[in-house]
Design a binder for this molecule. Structure first.
Ligand SMILES: [Zn+2]
Length: 379
């Protein structure tokens, strides 16, 4: 039923609309119109004010025509990373690429295109379904800010399918880590580097010592630690009084997350103390992990829908957070589904046309799975 030509054209149209994080307004305006044309009730929420974006999240609802069908929510994010303005997509036979100067934006506009195509097919064929809710979020790439500021009480659905992962269609991400971010500021003491260095305390050197004592990288199968930014110092003739390290700890295990976060903090503080300096450590919880077993309704539906299409569903964990972490924390079982996008967040990003098509078909298959009929899964 999927119209491949229409789907590819729609995808290419979407990626041409600039929508880097906090600048989603033009895309949102375009999508609101499309969704209304397809018969959905559409609202844009106030999340933009808190996320400092020029748009809010889009929340849209297609009324069901089968009362017994389970209401479900699908979500994708509108924002892209940089370089993401002035994207010129090229369809090279079986795949869509950028011109090499920007990302493509298949992350996550391939999902948006697939959802729009599924909605067109539903409308054209008056397909039996329950309420279908669509959330197009803002600012996913800069800390899941749209999802964090979304009021889920306005939704009828109590489970969500988030279309936002690389990997083959049919891969189901049933667990994702928690993340803490850390900012460590070493406060030393400035002095003239040539005339009286003995009066200074070199914050760069303290940071260097502390770094050499921190275990970074993959700690175990479910935990990673990274320091990704170091900044400080003003001139070569000044003993630097301040250096900042910024990093993160991720784990699918809450206890380990706290343990390794504390360890970094302790290392920074102990090292600073040895130099008679101070370390100021700011820890921020970015998001919480989720782990869904095969007994969970949302997983059952995702697996069944994949099987019905002739795919071999595969459950796997993710090393990263997504809007699903936020929705799950709000008590809304959410699963991330792979959509076949490749090399995301690089200028080599691409997507195969067949994966765009499969993603749209998967959406339809999920809707079919929660609608009474031979494939029905009831709550
Ligand atoms: Zn994404």
């Amino acid at each position: 039923m999927v119209n491949e030509k229409r789907l590819v054209e729609s995808f290419m149209e979407l990626v041409k609309i600039d929508s880097i994080s906090r600048e989603e307004r033009n895309l949102a305006g375009f999508l609101v119109e499309k969704l209304e044309d397809l018969g959905l009730e559409v609202t844009v929420d106030q999340a933009g004010e808190k996320a400092k974006s020029n748009s809010g999240n889009i929340i849209a609802r297609l009324k069901g025509n089968i009362k017994e069908a389970t209401p479900i929510m699908f979500s994708a994010h509108m924002d892209t990373v940089v370089p993401g303005n002035n994207i010129k997509p090229i369809c090279e036979g079986d795949k869509v690429v950028s011109n090499g100067k920007t990302i493509l934006g298949a992350d996550d506009k391939a999902a948006i295109a697939a959802l729009l195509e599924a909605l067109r097919i539903i409308k054209e064929n008056n397909i039996p379904r329950g309420d279908i809710e669509i959330v197009f979020s803002i600012c996913e790439e800069i800390g899941l800010l749209g999802a964090k500021n979304l009021d889920i009480s306005s939704l009828n659905a109590r489970m969500a399918f988030i279309l936002d992962s690389g990997g083959q269609v049919g891969e189901i991400i049933n667990s994702a880590p928690s993340q803490n971010s850390l900012k460590i500021i070493f406060h030393g003491k400035s002095a003239h580097a040539g005339s009286n260095p003995e009066e200074g305390i070199n914050a760069i050197q303290i940071a260097g010592f502390a770094l050499s004592r921190m275990k970074l990288g993959r700690i175990d199968e479910e935990t990673t630690v990274n320091i990704g930014i170091i900044s400080g110092g003003k001139a070569t003739n000044i003993v630097p009084d301040e250096v900042t390290l910024e990093g993160e700890v991720r784990s699918r295990n809450e206890e380990k997350l706290e343990k390794y976060t504390k360890k970094l903090k302790q290392t920074a503080e102990d090292t600073a103390q040895e130099f008679k300096a101070k370390a100021e450590v700011k820890i921020n919880r970015e998001y919480y992990c989720y782990n869904l077993s095969t007994d969970n309704q949302v997983i059952k539906i995702a697996m069944k829908a994949a099987k019905d299409m002739g795919l071999e569903p595969e459950l796997r964990p993710s090393g990263g957070g997504s809007d699903a972490n936020v929705f799950s924390k709000k008590g809304f079982p959410s699963v991330v589904l792979a959509i076949g996008m490749e090399k995301v967040h690089t200028v080599n990003e691409y997507i195969l046309v067949k994966n765009l098509k499969k993603t749209a078909e998967y959406v339809l298959s999920i809707i079919n799975t929660v609608t009474p009929g031979e494939n029905f899964i009831n709550e």
